[in-house]
Ligand binder design. Structure first.
Ligand SMILES: *[C@@H]1O[C@H](CO)[C@@H](O)[C@H](O)[C@H]1NC(C)=O
Length: 232
């Protein structure tokens, strides 16, 4: 096809008027990120609450990839409580307390299945593939989890450092790319979101929520809100 033909075609497409609605497939305001190979890294930082987008304690995630893994360093600042249930172990309901989370999907579209990874201040991890065919966790739709039962054997790793005086909680995490059928990470395209919950003995079971790409309701499972991530 000649460039001029292509341009004419694109102009024709651009001139079709599309009604602008607040439908859940509106990606216009989603953040995006370019992730380099390690040891270089990029950082996603967020300071907004879910759903009100009011100030939220600074939270960030450093990202880089190597041939086999995605490396994430979760960083919670202004952490006051470091609150978790010491009885909870791998894949327990750690999201009831304080966690930092990554929702990860290899692909471009709004996913119905994605990895939900969480870590708490006690270095306990939760890792499950979510099945969310409504893509918004609709009330009467299926919503299921397939847990990864032996994360360390599968190539996950985690390491957590708390500094109670400084109010910081850092967790270094490695997630295997084979989970996503990614053989060549360079050039791969992803949808991701990063999230943090805050609660305390006084607040529990209520939580403050924060997100890199905050949805408009207190529900992290609205996949049209996942940001766009490119491995470069
Ligand atoms: C955290 O958990 C991992 C296993 O997921 C373990 O290898 C590591 O030693 C633990 N400890 C710390 C301090 O992070």
């Amino acid at each position: 096809m000649h460039l001029s033909t292509l341009l004419t075609g694109l102009t024709a497409i651009a001139s079709i008027s599309v009604p602008v609605t607040a439908s859940p497939s509106n990606h216009e305001h989603n953040p995006y990120l370019f992730v380099p190979s390690c040891p270089r890294k990029t950082t996603a930082t967020y300071t907004k609450s879910v759903p009100d987008k009011t100030p939220f304690p600074k939270t960030s995630v450093d990202l880089c990839y190597d041939k086999t893994s995605l490396h994430l360093t979760f960083k919670a600042y202004d952490e006051k409580y470091f609150y978790f249930d010491p009885e909870q172990g791998t894949n327990g309901d750690i999201w009831e307390y304080e966690v930092m989370e990554a929702f990860l999907y290899h692909g471009d579209n709004d996913p119905a299945t994605y990895l939900e990874f969480e870590i708490n201040p006690n270095n306990v991890t939760y890792q499950a593939f979510v099945y969310n065919p409504s893509k918004v966790r609709a009330k009467n739709a299926p919503f299921d989890h397939a847990f990864i039962s032996t994360p360390a054997a599968d190539g996950f790793s985690a390491s957590t450092t708390l500094n109670k005086e400084k109010g910081t909680w850092f967790s270094d995490v490695v997630i295997p790319l084979a989970l996503f059928n990614v053989d060549k990470p360079l050039g791969s395209r992803w949808r991701m979101n990063f999230l943090r919950t805050i609660t305390s003995p006084e607040m529990y079971p209520d939580q403050e929520l924060g997100a890199w790409s905050p949805p408009d309701e207190a529900n992290f499972h609205i996949t049209s809100k996942f940001g766009r991530v490119f491995f470069v």
